[in-house]
Ligand binder design. Structure first.
Ligand SMILES: [Zn+2]
Length: 183
């Protein structure tokens, strides 16, 4: 569990984790997280301390919950009979989620690379449509979009940029594995 203020601060000060949380939750989400630094806070108190509307705070909390980055305990207020939600933050999975996303992107890039390497492509000069040989030949080498005759396309550049991107991502994944605990 990464639950104390110091660990949470070190996670949200990590540029990659911060970027991920910002994309997931927006700027307001970062405000919510700052206030939650510590464990166990009622949603209404988060709204008070951030100045955000309670509905927005709850939306952010459930997004965190969806990604198993926060959990809540529901208790009944004996006096007013309403339920009270006390939320705790656990950002320890942030790097795990980031890594999983990268691995997924890497997988897709590898598939694309394989496809590029195993196919010959034709392209249209008018609209940049690009199709593999099989499809081009079925269409009598006419562009599926505009009907112009398609030309053979050297895809070496695409292959090289995919290889470059794959290498970069592999190094990043390796780097995190070495430098961030619990991944
Ligand atoms: Zn075309």
């Amino acid at each position: 569990m990464v639950n104390n203020g110091k660990d949470i601060r070190s996670i949200i000060n990590n540029p990659e984790a911060r970027q991920f949380l910002k994309e997931l939750l927006g700027d307001e989400g970062l405000d919510v997280i700052q206030v939650m630094s510590g464990s166990g806070i009622v949603d209404e108190e988060i709204a008070e301390r951030t100045g955000l509307k309670l509905n927005l705070v709850r939306k952010i909390l459930y997004k965190l919950y969806d990604h198993r980055l926060a959990s809540y305990i529901r208790t009944k207020d004996p006096e007013i009979g309403w339920y009270i939600y006390t939320w705790s933050l656990d950002l320890s999975r942030v790097f795990e989620i980031i890594q999983a996303r990268k691995r997924k992107i890497l997988e897709e890039l590898n598939k694309r690379l394989e496809f590029e390497q195993n196919h010959v492509f034709f392209c249209c000069k008018m609209d940049d449509a690009k199709v593999p040989f099989d499809i081009a030949s079925k269409n009598d080498f006419k562009c599926p979009q505009c009907g112009c005759i398609m030309d053979y396309m050297d895809n070496q550049q695409s292959i090289m940029s995919l290889q470059h991107e794959i290498g970069r991502l592999e190094r990043e994944i390796q780097h995190v594995r070495q430098h961030v605990p619990h991944v």
